[in-house]
Design a protein around this ligand. Structure first.
Ligand code: TPP
Ligand code: MG
Length: 377
């Protein structure tokens, strides 16, 4: 297991929520000091709400409402801190577990649900301004890093970044995992990003596991140091510390937007749940490790910090109530979704009609019509 007390790691809050910046965090403290109380409360609220949503979605999968659910349980601080660091004009390229990143940008959680129910190939329209420049989930590990590098090159070519106007210059952040970090696509993306000095942040969530494969098998060096090999300033942050995650991402995106090129961040966190609802982690990891990380829960840490600053019980109660209402709303809307409109799985295979797809659709329509209302052949 990677030691979480690495002195080179940027960390603002200790495990128990005490304000105890590491040496590496010193230079980031002005960014933390600039946060208002309401910002700190928003970070906390985001984390509690997404945990309730995530648990609800996991339950919905168990009830047969979803085909699959990849939980974000445990990774809330890495995701909330980094997402809250982005500006409205920035672009987000998620993997498949960044639920709160998407909702912070404006994506309706029911669109993530629809995807995991198997009702749509995509989920949402990235070009719709309500979705905050959020690209689609991809389950093809690492592919989004290539998409992001290409998009970043486009931003450079089109003069949409690095002009010196922080209100208009655009940057992007791409999320990927420790397992994906060994995928060729990620390395190709880093080569292109560094060569073209794209305005982007490679945000690696090291949650210690790639399904059943532990992170120790992925690399001989800490994963953030791979970024250095491509010529990118790279660092490791405590990914269970929402303040540290916010500060390092904010700095990195600001620098990227200002034309200083790509940056790599490794957020050290832990997947507290299963890989997906198809996985049983008791087959490959032990309770000691889970308990170790349970004591480093990102929400408990921020809660203790807010309590030490005098946040009221009424505030915490209000957040709990909001989270419960949010999850209830998702459940009600999920149960009302209905079944698959089978035409959609053929609609977006190609942008133009294609004879093979048309043939398959005709076959499928005939097959479907061979069943009666109750599904009997
Ligand atoms: C190109 C590719 N290879 C293999 C898989 C199968 N697969 C799905 S998730 C996963 C592990 C990913 O681990 P990591 O990158 O650490 O992300 P995490 O799931 O931990 O968030 C694997 C091997 C895949 N989806 N795509
Ligand atoms: Mg992982």
């Amino acid at each position: 297991m990677t030691p979480p007390d690495d002195p080179a790691m940027v960390r603002v809050l200790a495990d128990d929520g005490t304000y105890a910046p590491s040496a590496a965090a010193e230079e980031y403290l002005p960014l933390i000091d600039a946060l208002a109380d309401t910002d700190l409360e928003t970070f906390y609220r985001d984390m509690v709400v997404v945990r309730a949503f995530d648990r609800q979605a996991t339950n919905l999968q168990r009830q047969g409402q979803l085909a699959l659910w990849p939980p974000s349980f445990g990774q809330e601080a890495a995701q909330v801190g980094s997402a809250r660091a982005a500006r409205p004009q920035d672009h987000v390229f998620p993997s498949y577990r960044e639920h709160v990143v998407c909702t912070i940008r404006g994506v309706d959680p029911i669109d993530i649900i629809r995807l995991m129910r198997g009702l749509t190939h995509g989920g949402w329209d990235p070009a719709d301004p309500r979705n905050g420049n959020t690209r689609l989930y991809t389950l093809v590990l690492g592919s989004q890093t290539l998409h992001s590098a290409g998009y970043g090159m486009g931003l450079v070519f089109d003069g949409r970044t690095g002009t010196g106007d922080p209100e208009r210059d655009e940057a992007l952040i791409v999320y990927y995992g420790d397992g994906a970090s060994s995928q060729g696509d990620v390395h190709e993306a880093m080569v292109f990003a560094a060569s073209y000095q794209t305005p982007q942040v490679f945000f690696l969530q090291n949650n210690h596991w790639a399904i059943s494969v532990p992170v120790a098998t992925q690399s001989r060096v800490p994963l953030y140091r791979r970024g250095e090999g491509y010529g990118m300033p790279s660092l490791r942050v405590d990914g269970n510390d929402v303040l540290a995650s916010y500060a390092v991402t904010k700095r990195a995106l600001d620098e990227a937007r200002a034309g200083e090129g790509p940056r790599a961040i490794e957020a050290l966190t832990y997947r507290m749940g299963a890989h997906t609802t198809s996985d049983d982690p008791t087959k490959y990891r032990g309770g000691d490790e889970e308990q170790y990380w349970a004591r480093r829960d990102p929400i408990a840490r921020m809660r203790a910090f807010l309590q030490s600053r005098g946040a009221s019980q009424a505030f915490f109660d209000g957040v709990e109530a909001d989270a419960a209402a949010y999850a209830d709303d998702v459940r009600v809307r999920t149960n009302a979704l209905g079944g698959l409109d089978t035409s959609v799985m053929f609609d977006h295979v190609y942008s133009e009609p294609h004879p093979l797809v048309a043939q398959q659709q005709a076959w499928f329509t005939e097959y479907e019509s061979s069943f009666d209302q109750e599904g009997r052949a």
